[in-house]
Structure formats: C-alpha cells, structure tokens
Design a protein around this ligand. Structure first.
Ligand code: CDP
Ligand code: MG
Length: 159
C-alpha cells in the first residue's frame, strides 16, 4: 500500500520561489521525501518524460516551458502516495483547481487563455498519474542509489 511517486516543481514554481512552499505541502501531510534534486532538462529528456503527450497540440509549448529553467525533481512516498499527491496538486487547469490545492492556491489561468496565447499551462507541479507512470518516471529521473530509505517521525506518528 505504500507507494512512491514522481513530483516535479516545474520552472514556474522554481522561478516564483515556491519550491519550499510546494515541498512543505507534501511534508505536512505526512508524506516522505525519498529523493530530491534540481535539474535543467533538454528537449530529448522532455520527450521521454512526456512520452504520452509527444505529438499532441500542446506538446510543443509544454516542451518549451519545461526546458525553460531548472525543475526540482523528487520522489514522494506514502500510503496511496500517487492518488494523495495528485489530490494535493489539484486538477490540470488552474482555473478549475479547488482552493487548498497547489494549483488552486498559486495559479488561476484557464485552458482557453493558455491556448489563445499559445503557451503551456503554467501549473507549477508535475505528479505521476498512475502506478505504471510513477514506476517509469522514477526510473527515468533517478537511479537506485538516489532513493533513500530512512526513518522519519511520521513513521511513528502518521503511518
Ligand atoms: O500534469 P497533468 O498530469 O495534470 O496533466 P497532463 O494532461 O498530463 O498534461 C501535462 C501538462 O501539459 C500539464 O500539466 C500542462 O502543463 C500541459 N498542458 C497544457 O499546457 N495544455 C493542455 N491542454 C494540456 C496539458
Ligand atoms: Mg499527466
């Protein structure tokens, strides 16, 4: 039942100084940071990470956006971590994202606006969508020795 999922603070989150705020949302919920690094990815890596989206209308803008500045990549662990993290992150379109979620609290634009401006939706965070994606994405971004297993206070008080 304990899962691991890949989270990225995207370039807008890094450039807006929201790295700490975003990571703390996961920590405060009792989830554990198992790996962490800052990387500037290139277009080839973007195509691997977003393999399912290559060729879609929004892919070109997404690639431009995700390669425009560094991202902070992390592995987050916890009970049903994949679903729980997606819940903390909120829905893809910030306009629709509920308040209390990262995308709902720190962004607001609509698909319509982003499409009109021909830009990618700046929604601060990436989080794996399901178990298969999580396993693939963690393997793409991190090697085994980057993944840390350690005892945290939450192991006693939350799990
Ligand atoms: O990130 P999430 O899993 O919520 O959404 P996705 O459907 O997997 O799309 C990946 C990313 O592409 C989104 O987070 C947006 O940044 C971008 N996107 C966009 O700019 N315009 C769309 N119509 C759909 C996605
Ligand atoms: Mg996705």
């Amino acid at each position: 039942m304990i899962e691991a999922t890949l989270v990225l603070v995207k370039p807008d989150g890094v450039q807006r100084g929201l790295i700490g705020e975003i990571i703390s949302r996961f920590e405060k919920r009792g989830l554990k940071v198992a790996a962490l690094k800052m990387v500037r990815i290139d277009k080839d890596f973007s195509k691997e990470h977003y393999a399912d989206h290559v060729g879609k209308d929004f892919y070109h803008g997404l690639e431009e956006f995700i390669t425009s500045a560094p991202v902070v990549a992390m592995v987050i662990e916890g009970v049903n971590a994949i679903e729980n993290v997606r819940k903390i992150v909120g829905t893809t379109e910030p306009k629709a994202a509920p308040l209390g979620t990262i995308r709902g609290d720190f962004a607001h634009v609509s698909y319509e606006y982003a499409d009109k401006k021909k830009m990618s939706i700046r929604n601060l965070v990436h989080a794996s969508g399901n178990k298969k994606d999580a396993d693939r994405e963690i393997g793409l971004w991190f090697s085994m020795e980057d993944l840390h297993s350690y005892e945290g206070a939450n192991d006693k008080h939350v799990f």
